[in-house]
Ligand binder design. Sequence first.
Ligand SMILES: Nc1ncnc2c1ncn2[C@@H]1O[C@H](COP(=O)(O)OP(=O)(O)OP(=O)(O)O)[C@@H](O)[C@H]1O
Ligand SMILES: [Mg+2]
Length: 199
Amino acid sequence: MAKIILFTHQKGGVGKSTLSFNVANLLNQHAKVGLIDWDYQGTLLQVRELNDQLTYIDVDRDVKKIPHSDFDFIIIDTPPYIFEEIHALVKLANLIVIPTQASINDLLAIDKTVQIIKENEAVDRSIIVFNRIKSNSSLKEKLTENFNELQIPIANSIINDYDAITNSIVTKGVEVKHKANNQLQNLTTELITKLLSNG
Ligand SMILES: Nc1ncnc2c1ncn2[C@@H]1O[C@H](COP(=O)(O)OP(=O)(O)OP(=O)(O)O)[C@@H](O)[C@H]1O
Ligand SMILES: [Mg+2]
């Protein structure tokens, strides 16, 4: 049975598509990975032809069509709003990743997503990931206490803002020797460790 990793946050531009792509791409080197673009914007589908290393799955936004038995991991990218199937996907997911930038706006916008996680008793299966953190910025530290109050686990791994990550969906990921690749690897390891410890 595939482990399902859902990337969600009702706010736009936090890095759902970028991080789901990169985590899928790194896991794909060791395991059978399927990638589902649940977003009508189709950010990941648009670059499908440039990423023939990945297996894209089309389930027509039907939760029942997710092919659990064909993959080790299924990564799902979701839209920047509350959509019909979100509750079903949160119930189903083995891990829910909530990327966020470190800003007051992002903190204010995260509430609805957190509420859905709590309603579906998925707090232990969820993790907030700080993304696009500017080097030398102290915003993350300043906001840590506020994010802690959400009572959703926060990843130790953080992802800085790198041009290499911006471009990664059209360059088959980030170059191995780039610092950004280390951060994405560390995040992927942390996510898998959490997945396995959740059973
Ligand atoms: N760590 C990063 N470093 C640099 N650029 C990044 C990083 N993460 C995301 N980006 C860029 O930020 C923009 C928004 O990212 P992305 O499209 O992944 O967000 P999203 O949450 O999927 O947005 P939407 O909600 O609209 O689907 C993109 O241009 C992407 O390339
Ligand atoms: Mg997206």
